[in-house]
Design a protein around this ligand. Sequence first.
Ligand SMILES: [Zn+2]
Ligand SMILES: [Zn+2]
Length: 371
Amino acid sequence: MTPDTNNATCRAIVVTPGVASSERLATVAREMPKTGQVDLHVLEVGICGTDIEIASGSYGQPPLGHQDLVPGHESLAIIDCLGPGVQGLSVGQLVVPIVRRPCPELCAACASGRWDLCLTGNYQEHGIKGLDGFLREFAVVDANALVSIPNTLRPVAVLVEPLTIVEKAIEEAEMAYPRRWAQPHTALVTGAGPVGILAALLLRQRGLDVSVLDQRPADSPKAQLVQRAGIQYIDDQKTPLEKVVPAAGFDVVVEATGYSPLLFRAARSLGRNGVLVLTGVTSGHHDITVDSDVLNVSLVLENQTIVGSVNAARHHYLAAVADLADWSDRWPGLTEQLITARHPLDQFMDAYQKSPDAVKSVIVMAPRGAQ
Ligand SMILES: [Zn+2]
Ligand SMILES: [Zn+2]
């Protein structure tokens, strides 16, 4: 419904960036969509490591002139009303908003729709950097930042945004691998968190022989989930990675823990022309000893690549939507299992708690039937 009074409000989570444990439930003013904007009724928001870092006070930037930020960037919403001049979208349509918006200078990358490669660094991100996010019942966004979602994907579409991160990471790996002459056959994913599991499923869908490394036992829910998709699970505490690397090494390695010492072990597991994509970061300092000569020799003589990857462009969102639909047919019920908990908005703190067997915790903003 259009917010028809100037003092309409809705419930939201707010944080004060830089202040630890400042996240709280609040009442915020609803906005009116301006020309080219739409008002969204947010349905679900997924919580990830970035949200936890923002809540810890170590990350995040409020909108200009504000002290507080509404977090939440992994969302699924329904269009509640259209602002003036919006075409090609309709009220009631299911959508996922794109997180990053182009920099105000509109650099060459942003102007080409590759805000994920922004040259100035002045981009904005909903719920992270300079723009409010989606942990609010209603949110106004630019209509050109929306991706349509088929109704059949409603149960899992909150996973679209984290999957876009993986779509880009795998694209980076594919670009670096000499695919003109050979296709990658083997892949390793380090970390069975949401990004790791999504990466493993995407690589498996593409026909690779995939192994996932984590520190949970082989009968833990995450291990069983990946094994259902024909992915090999390695418990690093029982069988160290170094013992299971194929003789020729892995063609593709996706590092999804953000635990930086692991990147050296991951790099050592690469085969000839192998590509290691780094997708995670953790704050802190880890001093370790590495044989830098061995790493250097291997990277040079085996023609290996290490690449970092963050964020995603529109075509990664479209790929994520198509791939989630493919997975529903390929592995019925499996993607639903990635959402291990759904919490109501007034119990949002539960979604911020990390548990070793949880994959993706989601905050339900608008329960089914209340839309
Ligand atoms: Zn995220
Ligand atoms: Zn830019």
